[in-house]
Unconditional design. Sequence first.
Length: 643
Amino acid sequence: MLIKKELDQIVVQKCPDLPKKGKGYDKYVAAVQVLKLKKSGKMLIIDVFKRKDSTLQLRFFSDGVSFLVCKEWPVGKWEKRLPGNLLDNLYADNINAAENDVKKAHEILKSRQKSWHHMSGIKNEMDSFVSAIYERKQEKAMDSKYSKMESHFGMFPAYPDDLAEYCEINVFGYTYIFLSKIQNGAREAVCGHCGHKFPVSKDIKPGQDGICQGCNMNARYRATWTSGRSEDKGKICIAHKVQDQLLIRWTNIIRAFDGVKHRYHFYDYYRNLYLHFPKGPTIYAYDYKSMIGWGERWFRQKNGNTHYGKSFVYTNNLKEVFGDNYYHVDLEAGLKNSSKLSFSSLLNNLKNIPAAEYLFKMGMSALAAGMAKIEFGKGAGFMEVLGVSKQYLPLYQKYNVSPLEHMVLKASKTWVSESSFEKLRLLAPEYVDFEDIVDILKTMSFERFVNYFSRQKALIEKKKLQYVITLYKDYVSMSESLKVDMSRKSIRFPRNIKEAHDLLLPRFNQVKHQVDDKKFKQAVKGLYSGMKEYANEDYCIVFPALRSDLITEGQALNHCVGADRYYQNHIAGTRMIFFVRQARDPEKPFITSEIDMKELKILQLYGFGDRPAPPEVRKFANEFLRTLKPIREENRVPVTVPA
């Protein structure tokens, strides 16, 4: 037992005068003694000094069972940390001590040290002992944690018997019809859902849409002679009621076609248990994910955590689980034919926000589940709650408008027809696009917006709307900066925005980069204040130092980071650009990262030609992200340009 008041009375030993032992042992020296204390019993004391000036660096006390460490004497603060971590250079330096002192320490500490330990110095003796203590604590905690997990997982029943059929109809909503080669002027077709066989015209080609003549299910024609397995993926949330306890699981769906018949595979990726105890309710959470050093496995999360990701919801047992009414709504009826949503958010909103009940009953489950992002008006009724004309009600009900779609509709200054809304949905905007879309809608009608960007997105295959919007805003910004006459439609809305953007960029760069370099230099000191260089053995982060650095990066990697928008956001400190480079060649452009400094999230991480970064680079970028601090308005440094 370590009695602190008794340890306080032990006098610091004299710094030993030891001969230099060799590289790594020259910085620190240690003195060791073993005392018999009245209350604490047999006690090991190790005093570590800096050789250069004989100053005390730390004191280590142990009775062979537990330990205490302090850096200041008299004691400023008792530590329960690895002693080596309290030294200045814990990786490069060992601690020099007399051989007899090392043996004294080993005799006290040996029974509790790690199994792989071997005597190699005082630092190793202390660190091995402390590491073993924490390892045993972790093992004990893990045993307790995962024995409980095993018990919790045993509560989950099997998947519903009709889950595959439910997913076929409600998640995917289509099947494949497999076509044979042409024989005698016709093809034979086989439905992957019901197995019905029927002849079709030789004019039917793989990739076309159709309907099965047996089950009337929507389908896509696929060739039987195509090599490889056809596979579709989805996510679904399934609720269970077991022994009056609520269990919710989020499940990955894989639908595979080997030959012409589908097979389903299900595996969970998140589980919540809402358990009631005499002391009150507790929410347990488990997440299946991959972590370095652990691999893919289940990890228990902090009590109270819930999963807010979007998925389809299995509705066939909702009355059984939640009853006929959950906070005055029929969940089963309201979620029939619903698209993906956050089921946890929906349950919370129905419980806590009156407007959610109204929206859900009106057939707008997506809005009811995503209300945190929406500003609601006061009062009752469609227009009062959502702030848009009640003439939109049929559209909102027919398409179960999402929160983001509602925000875009609300921002429009012109009427949004059903056909224009369908084009917006096909554009698939994301929340990161919202502010840019609002800016664009200030200068054009909603109809022109969806028509123009639909055409441009079709020209640039496999690119998100964000990429096209960025090109357009950069093009307009560069044109205005160069005083280009934008009154003509052909100039304001070029036929191919990427070609027009890339054609204008060199001219813009030539005119702007000299002035902007001066502005950049003025901003750099405040911009990177508090940020540290970050690197590992494979990659490093390079901070742009000049406006022209962004231009060079964009030209080298064939993307648009050199455009004015990125520069302005960067020096404002709101969305900053960082270069990810390979450690072996830090001068060569490799991957470009754009980071939202308010929310601390990666907005873009692209290499040459806007190719997504490999997983190991994304992991490195996320590690760098964790070293940053969010910006605060009061900490921004104003940017000025010398006269």
